[in-house]
Ligand binder design. Sequence first.
Ligand SMILES: *[C@@H]1O[C@H](CO)[C@@H](O)[C@H](O)[C@H]1NC(C)=O
Ligand SMILES: *[C@@H]1O[C@H](CO)[C@@H](O)[C@H](O)[C@H]1NC(C)=O
Ligand SMILES: *[C@@H]1O[C@H](CO)[C@@H](O)[C@H](O)[C@H]1NC(C)=O
Ligand SMILES: *[C@@H]1O[C@H](CO)[C@@H](O)[C@H](O)[C@H]1NC(C)=O
Ligand SMILES: *[C@@H]1O[C@H](CO)[C@@H](O)[C@H](O)[C@H]1NC(C)=O
Ligand SMILES: *[C@@H]1O[C@H](CO)[C@@H](O)[C@H](O)[C@H]1NC(C)=O
Ligand SMILES: *[C@@H]1O[C@H](CO)[C@@H](O)[C@H](O)[C@H]1NC(C)=O
Length: 396
Amino acid sequence: MFLASLIPLLTLFLSGTQARPKSYAVWAADSAIARGQGNGLDSAGVNPIVSYEHGEFQWALRLLYELTGNKTYFDYIQAGADNIVFPNGTVHGSYNLTAYALDPIRTGPTFLYLYEQTLQAKYKTAATIFRTQLNGHPRTAQGQFWHKLMYFNQGWLDGIYMGDVFYAAYTKAFDANNATAWADITAQFKLMFDNTIQNATAPNNTGLMYHGYDFSHTAVWASPDRGHSPEVWDRALGWYAMALVDVIEMAPANSGQLKPTLLSILNVLAPKIRDAADPTTGVWWLVLTQPGRALNYFESSGAIMYVYALLKAVRLGYVADPDGSIVGAASKAYGYAVANWVVPNGDGTMDWKNTVSVGSLSTDGSFEYYVNQTVDLNDLKGLAAFVLASIEFEKL
Ligand SMILES: *[C@@H]1O[C@H](CO)[C@@H](O)[C@H](O)[C@H]1NC(C)=O
Ligand SMILES: *[C@@H]1O[C@H](CO)[C@@H](O)[C@H](O)[C@H]1NC(C)=O
Ligand SMILES: *[C@@H]1O[C@H](CO)[C@@H](O)[C@H](O)[C@H]1NC(C)=O
Ligand SMILES: *[C@@H]1O[C@H](CO)[C@@H](O)[C@H](O)[C@H]1NC(C)=O
Ligand SMILES: *[C@@H]1O[C@H](CO)[C@@H](O)[C@H](O)[C@H]1NC(C)=O
Ligand SMILES: *[C@@H]1O[C@H](CO)[C@@H](O)[C@H](O)[C@H]1NC(C)=O
Ligand SMILES: *[C@@H]1O[C@H](CO)[C@@H](O)[C@H](O)[C@H]1NC(C)=O
């Protein structure tokens, strides 16, 4: 009697809940695709934009395509690139070479990949335009690319992911014997690290990297001693950490000091990132330098970028993890993310929660600034990184 009345109820429940893919990587990617995200057009789906988060998502889709062989992912990457590359190879939409911004360059690895796969000249032409930008890009006296022409003498961690993953991929594809280029890429990572790493006497020391620095020490946020910004912002370090593992993976044998330099930086950061996780939840605060302070919160994009970088670093043997504590920390954080930031929708897609929309050093770089920014639903900066982290987690 009891069972007989329960079965129709159960059936009703199950038919109301659409089946979802077993893989979170596939589910997250398919959900973003269903919403038309990351396709080279603005959020209204009208105007072409050259957007780093589209570049990040296309990087994730490439890995998913390689893993699953499902051509839907490849076609989506190509359609997205074709929205911003004219048939003659000119990059259009929001791209302006003489603004000397690193952010748009993050779509460059997509062009390189499509050229490799299709041999269509327009993709090589488009990538070469970005490479030309780097040749004229303004630099600090030490040689660090400015984040953007309008951010005079400033290096931001974000810019390493935006500019140097492309720089390395381009050099590998077309200029592999250019020792100057390999040394320059190495210097971009090293200068950023040396100028922003928190040392033992820094206040609220995490041993991690501040968001950025101003070599001329004139920005309102620049510390008088070293010119760095005041706080460690989770996503900036997430971009930098993802750039480390992705560039180490692509570094060819003749890339000089690139690989040893990046490996040594990664081996400093990986255990510090592990140790900075909140002991209860296993994830990280938006402002890492002020754990637990009122208005600070657990932010999803930075956390999920660390999961990707840590799991990939251990899987590829870049970081030794003899006691399993690094994979353990990444797995705990991943579990928290799935339980708290992934929300199933009635239509079979999922939502991704708790990614902060922005964190910029065009401001005063204060704690109050970072915690005051809007938190978005389905922000691609976090969602694309969730695809990447899921690909890694599902390989465990
Ligand atoms: C490929 O992915 C799409 C959605 O992204 C899905 O609809 C389709 O069934 C997949 N194809 C295969 C062969 O798995
Ligand atoms: C490439 O094509 C676009 C669109 O037709 C055009 O506006 C642009 O001037 C062309 N660029 C070059 C370098 O020919
Ligand atoms: C491109 O950027 C430069 C430098 O910021 C600016 O002077 C120029 O007006 C911009 N061009 C366009 C078409 O927006
Ligand atoms: C090699 O790389 C350097 C640094 O980016 C660049 O200035 C130079 O033009 C490159 N050489 C060639 C042959 O492309
Ligand atoms: C350590 O970092 C702090 C904060 O940036 C700075 O004041 C101090 O000079 C640094 N010490 C050394 C030895 O670099
Ligand atoms: C260090 O942390 C405390 C507590 O969160 C905070 O009041 C203080 O402003 C922080 N200092 C810096 C330089 O971040
Ligand atoms: C916080 O955001 C509000 C609304 O955008 C703004 O008016 C205020 O100045 C911001 N405060 C800080 C400290 O950034």
